[in-house]
Structure formats: structure tokens, C-alpha cells
Design a protein around this ligand. Structure first.
Ligand code: GLU
Length: 302
């Protein structure tokens, strides 16, 4: 494994200039495009890291997996009355589909779907923003994880489209809380900063039948972990989910901070960070790295 990771890393070390660092949230534009890190954690406790794996980056939409996992045990199948489980085939912040589909977002990993999940969590979890941090810290086995206030504030001020999504859902009766409050919590969750080392560890429960290998705690039931993985496979990369399944063949989730985390059920989790994004909002070098990883290792879910 170590040799394969090193050789992929070395092959792609100069692979920049193919995409663009996200700039619609202004502080994200300041991140250097040449950052590159790969981290792997296996369910047997092995770890492999290379590159900028200790450096923290904005996890952005990867946080949507944490919030869905937090809500799943509280709401069970009722979740699926307010959000769907089908790929969207549309950009992550599209308004058009939401109007046609009467305020029910296609899935929990597009922005509208994640806003609904956060709305439900705020209704159910007192002190939600603090609880979410504790939740992520316990999964990662590290207290050194926080929100980035500058990123959160900046998204809060510039995120007119996300507010429009929330207002549209409210007009259809699929949103309980105050838009400003829920959107603030959403901006906070997207601004969480983690390293690939922390992220790979934090996703390992999804490769381990829903059990956090560090604490032995059942974070979500086996059934929910199976379902969250299925959603990551079909919806984790917006309207590039089909291509990611084709090229990489693993459940995973991306964020516009350039992070991607993917899992091989029963075996391992892998996190990659490289900030340049393709037109779908997914890390160019991250996808290339993962495609080579599954091919060279000879393991994917297919
Ligand atoms: N905070 C970002 C937004 O809502 C998340 C998008 C992403 O990472 O894909 O636009």
C-alpha cells in the first residue's frame, strides 16, 4: 500500500493548472493550488499519509455526511419525507429543480438537501453547533478541529443563492426554522477545518459497519451506514457522481475546499486534498488520485 501511495503522489505532484480554486467564497480563493495530501486509515488500525496531510482545509460539503449521519438515528425513515435519495443531475446549488419538485430536494448532499438536514438538526439538538463539533472531534479522535469564522462569515454574507434555496423550501412548507439561523449553522458546518489525516479517521465508521473504531461506539446502525454509503456513491459528487463511480468505483464525498473522502466498506477510508476544482466543483487531482488508487490496488466495490 505504502509504495502505491508514494508512486501515485509522485506521479501527480506537478498536476496543477487543470482546474480552478473555488473563489465564490472569498477566503477559499487564498488557498495555494499546489497543496496535495493523501491519508488512508484501515479498519485494522493501519495509517498511511503523504504530502500536506497535517494541514487543515475547509471541508465544505463533506460536512453534509456528518450532519446526515447525526440525524439518521434521530429521524429514521421520516427523513425521506423531506428530502429525496436520487442523484440530482444538476449543479449543487441549483434552484430550478427545487421549484419543479415542490421544495423537496433530490438528496441530502446537494445544498438544498443539506439545508433541510440542518434545519431538522436545529429543531432536535440543543446547542447544535457545539454538538456537531464534538461529534466530528470524537469521530476523528482529535479535539483540534474547529469552525473557521472568517470562512463562515464570508459564506453567510455572500451566500444569496443558498438563502434563496432555503426560502424556496420554506414557501413549500419544507423548512421549519428561521432561514438566517439555519443558514448560519450551515455556514459554520461547511467552514469546519480538518486535515486529510483527521478526515480519513473521521470517515472510518462508514467502512466499519457504522462503528467508530476508536471508541467502539455504534455511530449509526449497520443499515444506515450501508444507506449513507449508497447515497455517497450515487450523489456524493453532484452531477459528476456517475463519472466518479465509473472512474473510481467507491462511495465518497467532495467539497469545494478541494477535499474528497472515499471508503472501501470493510477495509479503509481515504482522504485526498488538492484545491483545484473542475467545472462540477470536484477536485481534479483528487479524482485522478483516487482513480489510480483503486486501479493500482485492484480494489473497488465493483
Ligand atoms: N458551502 C458551500 C456552498 O454551500 C459548499 C459547496 C460544496 O462544497 O460543494 O456553496
Amino acid at each position: 500500500m505504502e509504495t502505491i501511495i508514494k508512486s501515485i503522489y509522485n506521479n501527480y505532484i506537478n498536476y496543477i493548472g487543470t482546474g480552478k480554486v473555488a473563489d465564490y467564497i472569498p477566503p477559499l480563493a487564498k488557498v495555494s493550488p499546489d497543496k496535495y495530501a493523501i491519508s488512508i486509515c484501515t479498519v485494522d488500525g493501519e495509517k498511511y499519509n503523504i504530502g500536506d496531510y497535517k494541514e487543515k482545509f475547509s471541508i465544505q460539503s463533506i460536512s453534509k455526511v456528518f450532519t446526515l449521519s447525526m440525524l439518521a438515528p434521530m429521524m429514521g425513515k421520516e427523513i425521506w419525507e423531506c428530502v429525496g435519495k436520487e442523484p440530482s443531475g444538476s449543479p449543487f446549488n441549483s434552484l430550478v429543480q427545487l421549484e419543479y419538485e415542490k421544495g423537496i430536494p433530490r438528496n441530502p448532499f446537494i445544498n438544498a438537501g443539506a439545508l433541510v438536514i440542518t434545519d431538522k438538526l436545529l429543531e432536535r439538538v440543543p446547542g447544535f453547533s457545539n454538538e456537531l463539533l464534538q461529534y466530528v472531534r470524537s469521530l476523528a479522535g482529535s479535539d483540534d478541529i474547529d469552525y473557521n469564522k472568517e470562512v463562515s462569515d464570508s459564506e453567510y454574507v455572500t451566500g444569496e443563492r443558498n438563502k434563496a434555496l432555503a426560502h424556496m423550501m420554506k414557501s413549500f412548507g419544507n423548512f421549519k426554522g428561521k432561514v438566517s439561523q439555519v443558514f448560519r449553522a450551515y455556514c459554520n458546518q461547511c467552514s469546519i477545518e480538518m486535515s486529510t489525516e483527521q478526515l480519513a479517521q473521521a470517515f472510518l465508521f462508514l467502512a466499519n459497519k457504522g462503528i467508530n473504531p476508536l471508541s467502539g461506539e455504534q455511530v449509526v446502525s449497520y443499515r444506515d451506514s450501508k444507506r449513507i454509503n449508497a447515497l455517497m456513491l450515487t450523489c456524493g459528487f453532484y452531477d459528476e457522481s456517475g463519472d466518479f463511480a465509473y472512474r473510481v468505483g467507491l462511495p465518497g464525498k467532495s467539497g469545494v475546499g478541494g477535499g474528497i473522502v472515499a471508503i472501501i466498506p470493510g477495509k479503509l477510508s481515504i482522504a485526498v486534498w488538492s484545491p483545484e476544482l473542475n467545472k462540477y466543483g470536484n477536485s481534479c487531482r483528487g479524482i485522478a488520485t483516487l482513480a489510480d488508487f483503486t486501479t493500482e490496488l485492484g480494489i473497488s466495490i465493483f
